[in-house]
Design a binder for this molecule. Structure first.
Ligand SMILES: NC(=O)c1ccc[n+]([C@@H]2O[C@H](COP(=O)([O-])OP(=O)(O)OC[C@H]3O[C@@H](n4cnc5c(N)ncnc54)[C@H](O)[C@@H]3O)[C@@H](O)[C@H]2O)c1
Length: 410
């Protein structure tokens, strides 16, 4: 977890009772001078979240924006003007955005099927690059991105920011650093949530543009499970499909084909067994991770009452029986951080990105980790289609990934 180095109350500076404190009199309220300029490519839902979070964090200015849609640019600029007085450059082309000498880093926030193509232009700049998850829709493209990253003069970070959610930071610490559970044996993860939201051109309702539900959304969870298992996946079986959502959605003459529920089982090389449950026809968001080891059980939860717009609640419970002290802890980041996006995870993702830019050690999702998450997701998609388990070594051979992976899970 990345920490700020000085005591600051810069979030309190936004309180209505504190706005009279002039800049020259600020100490606790003053944000550090931003060292970097970033350009946002794709100013939809997550592009706007990155603009908001970058501004809140204050380590970088949003210098310019690029999108194919005028409407997305207008909406992003209007939202930006509610919290910043800075002017934004609107780039006329992707190349212009990437090559702007004033810009130090690029954030690719376009739909999944565009990531690889946009990235190919972005790497010509030699600048640090952030690419939203999933890194690609196909494993072959993900592998090509890992190859590009291996040879790149700067770095590429993938937008797998759930690892910074408060409950998972604590779950990893408890399990992997304190080893409170002893050796981990089983991991059980679930997400119950409402359907995929509306998107520009409804790209997330189609397997072709999204990579499929398990790639598009669940790469987050497979990344978490991979990190917790600390081993390479060996075999994946999944059952799932389309039960409720978008059954009648037709966009430009094409029927939506995106799945809305799944059960996935993953066997890891070190004997850890994991499962993942997805249900996308629920009213609100509930995420859970249950980790069980030799000495006890850990439960990490997050609940977000979407309809009441209550702040999310997160907790971890440690149940150690006769092996130690059990406890339940409620977790949270400052409200302003949580509200900036993904319950604060995106804020800490930015900390990690800018730490990496400054050459500091940071826990950032690497392209290789992004590809491992995609390997599990793609195997699960394949298993749902065929009804058969997928042996990961066979998938790796078939997809010609062996030399890239060299048998290792990061
Ligand atoms: N990390 C997370 O938790 C998280 C959350 C939401 C979305 N995402 C990811 O972010 C990406 C964008 O999702 P979104 O929800 O913002 O979608 P969105 O539809 O709201 O916005 C996408 C924007 O990209 C623009 N766009 C499309 N192709 C483009 C191109 N070639 N060049 C420039 N702009 C282009 C669209 O016009 C649109 O404005 C997806 O990969 C998605 O999976 C990640």
């Amino acid at each position: 977890m990345n920490k700020s180095s000085q005591p600051r109350l810069r979030f309190f500076a936004q309180a209505s009772s504190q706005r009279h404190i002039p800049t020259q009199d600020q100490y606790l309220y003053r944000a550090p001078e931003a060292k970097f300029n970033i350009a946002i490519i794709g100013t939809g839902t997550i592009g706007q979240e990155h603009m908001r979070v970058a501004t809140l964090l204050g380590r970088a200015h949003v210098h310019g924006i690029y999108d194919l849609e005028q409407h997305s640019l207008d909406a992003a600029q209007a939202e930006y003007s509610t919290y910043s007085v800075r002017t934004l450059i609107r780039y006329k082309s992707l190349t212009q955005a990437c090559e702007d000498p004033e810009v130090d880093a690029l954030f690719i926030c376009t739909p999944n099927f565009t990531h690889f193509e946009v990235l190919k232009t972005a790497v010509q700049s030699g600048k640090p690059i952030f690419v939203e998850k999933p890194m690609a829709t196909k494993l072959a493209d993900a592998a090509a991105i890992v190859q590009i990253a291996n040879e790149y003069s700067s770095f590429i970070q993938i937008g797998l920011q759930y690892r910074y959610k408060a409950q998972y930071v604590e779950a990893f610490h408890e399990t992997l650093e304190r080893a409170s559970l002893g050796k981990v044996k089983t991991i059980s993860m679930s997400e119950y949530r409402p359907p995929f939201l509306d998107k520009v051109k409804q790209w997330n309702k189609f397997n072709e543009y999204s990579g499929g539900t398990l790639v598009e959304k669940c790469c987050h969870y497979f990344d978490l499970i991979n990190l917790m298992a600390q081993a390479a996946p060996q075999r994946v079986y999944a059952s799932g499909g389309r039960a409720v959502n978008f059954l009648d959605l037709e966009y430009k003459g094409r029927r939506a084909d995106i799945d809305d529920h799944a059960f996935v089982i993953i066997d890891y090389e070190n004997g850890v067994r994991a499962n993942f449950t997805l249900n996308m026809f629920c009213p609100d968001f509930v995420e859970e991770m249950v980790v069980t080891g030799e000495f006890g059980r850990l439960l990490a939860t997050e609940r977000f009452d979407f309809h009441q717009q209550q702040p999310a609640t997160a907790s971890i419970s440690l149940e150690l029986g006769e092996n130690g002290a059990s406890r339940t802890t409620t977790l949270g980041y400052p409200r302003v951080v949580e509200q900036s996006g993904h319950h604060g995870a995106t804020f800490f993702e930015h900390q990690a990105f800018f730490d990496q830019m400054e050459g500091k050690a940071a826990d950032c999702a690497t392209p290789l980790q992004g590809m491992w998450a995609m390997i599990v997701a793609s195997a699960a998609q394949e298993s749902m289609q065929s009804g058969q388990p997928v042996v990961i070594s066979e998938l790796i051979t078939r997809e010609k990934l062996a030399s890239l992976l060299a048998g290792k899970q990061e």
